[in-house]
Ligand binder design. Sequence first.
Ligand SMILES: CC(=O)CC(=O)SCCNC(=O)CCNC(=O)[C@H](O)C(C)(C)COP(=O)(O)OP(=O)(O)OC[C@H]1O[C@@H](n2cnc3c(N)ncnc32)[C@H](O)[C@@H]1OP(=O)(O)O
Ligand SMILES: NC(=O)C1=CN([C@@H]2O[C@H](COP(=O)(O)OP(=O)(O)OC[C@H]3O[C@@H](n4cnc5c(N)ncnc54)[C@H](OP(=O)(O)O)[C@@H]3O)[C@@H](O)[C@H]2O)C=CC1
Length: 290
Amino acid sequence: MEIRTVGVVGAGQMGSGIAQVAAQAGYGVVLVDVSESVLERALSTIRRSLGKFLEKGRITQEDHEATLGRIRTSLRLEDLAEADLIVEAIVEDEGAKRALWERLGALAKGEAILASNTSSIPITALARYSGAPERFIGMHFFNPVPLMPLVEVIRGALTAEATRDRVVEAARRMGKTPLEVQDYPGFVSNRLLMPMINEAIEALREGVATKEAIDGVMRLGMNHPMGPLELADFIGLDTCLAIMEVLHRGFGDDKYRPSPLLRRMVQAGLLGRKTGRGFYTYDEKGNKVG
Ligand SMILES: CC(=O)CC(=O)SCCNC(=O)CCNC(=O)[C@H](O)C(C)(C)COP(=O)(O)OP(=O)(O)OC[C@H]1O[C@@H](n2cnc3c(N)ncnc32)[C@H](O)[C@@H]1OP(=O)(O)O
Ligand SMILES: NC(=O)C1=CN([C@@H]2O[C@H](COP(=O)(O)OP(=O)(O)OC[C@H]3O[C@@H](n4cnc5c(N)ncnc54)[C@H](OP(=O)(O)O)[C@@H]3O)[C@@H](O)[C@H]2O)C=CC1
């Protein structure tokens, strides 16, 4: 069965980007969230991103309009009943994802591919909640989705090869490079990235250097496009903490202990760019102002 319609659940930073690249690839897209204002913000983010591509001549005015025309938004999960591929990108919380996948698994059509964009939660567990583990897979995009070329593809213990093949093909059609990894905590990406970010936060907590110096060391010394504290703000500190918790629990090793400073900032609601304040402060457009 050919994939024609892609359903995306969760219209935050990642869901909006996934909806955009799916629509750019020519798929019909249904983008679902629990909040109308989040859906409106997602559409304006997509318009802004397509606008940048248009300015640079990477797409035409026609592509711009056709892409937007392929995206429908909805507050009803039932509108995903006809989707051929569903990509879930809600908050990084196993309980929330479990509740969602129990509903989605029951309402999706029998041959639909079920994918999670989770950063770290075991695909094998989410697959079980969906009730269709052979059709379930991890399809992990990177932020900002319209620019980052990678999709990490993660098969759960019971994922069928045919499911993997179809997701690999869909990722390629979206202009991405799929790389397959096994279902272990944090997969490959966040097993490597998040301990570095966590260690940068610990260095800040211990007063080893200022935040600007810590970020500068990695930007200027390692050629990273963003320093680790800037990147943590960009990802979302709630997501960073959730990933560290999964690594810590999943490996049972204290080398993955989340930094108490990270925990305290999440408790204070300082989640980074998406809330306007994290290690740095941001204006309403997401530009760093301090
Ligand atoms: C947590 C997980 O599970 C997994 C993850 O995703 S981890 C996070 C992975 N992501 C990263 O590591 C990102 C690291 N950062 C970067 O690669 C770069 O900083 C960045 C691509 C985000 C931005 O690039 P930059 O040079 O620092 O800033 P900026 O000048 O704003 O942007 C570069 C260009 O991209 C464009 N751009 C930025 N965001 C865009 C978007 N969403 N859509 C279209 N164009 C965009 C900008 O307009 C700019 O264009 P010009 O060069 O013509 O001005
Ligand atoms: N940030 C990143 O760099 C990356 C994140 N990811 C993963 O992608 C997922 C989403 O992350 P991100 O986009 O950053 O998070 P955001 O907080 O930006 O977005 C999550 C969205 O999901 C919505 N939501 C929450 N619960 C439900 C639900 N039950 N049904 C429908 N929508 C719901 C939220 O709505 P509301 O705000 O109203 O609660 C919010 O709009 C997570 O699993 C994360 O780990 C993967 C790669 C990179």
